[in-house]
Design a protein around this ligand. Structure first.
Ligand SMILES: [Zn+2]
Length: 126
């Protein structure tokens, strides 16, 4: 992987994570406000869902770590809240190969930087 690509991925991850945590404010699976991280429904190796808003939630460090060995609490709550159809749709995205250029990844970072700043200004309506 090129240095440019690594930098773009780090940039996109940083702003996507800040956006998701600012959006949710609480751990999706236990409700605490402490030690929040960006929890991915599916492993980050799948670029199709790595920066997908429907497949990421704020999670505390404990719940995020637990998800690596026990996916049931996160999957179960997600399916209960959003339905099996959306879950399976997102899961299919992980299986279809996604090619993203460095430029596209950089753009994702810019988009979430902007969205994060909007949230912090209190201008977010959505
Ligand atoms: Zn938690």
């Amino acid at each position: 992987m090129s240095k440019e690509r690594k930098v773009a991925i780090r940039f996109a991850d940083k702003w996507f994570s800040l956006f998701i945590r600012a959006r949710d404010k609480f751990c999706y699976t236990c409700g605490t406000r402490r030690n929040l991280e960006c929890g991915h429904l599916f492993p980050r190796t799948f670029l199709g869902t790595r920066w997908h808003e429907a497949a990421a939630f704020a999670q505390c460090h404990n719940c995020n770590s637990l998800h690596e060995s026990d996916t049931e609490p996160f999957y179960g709550k997600f399916i209960n809240d959003n339905g099996l159809e959306l879950f399976e749709y997102l899961q299919r995205l992980t299986r279809s190969p996604v090619l993203k250029t460095d430029h596209e990844i950089r753009y994702i970072g810019e988009k979430y930087k902007h969205r994060y700043e909007q949230l912090n200004r209190g201008n977010w309506n959505g």
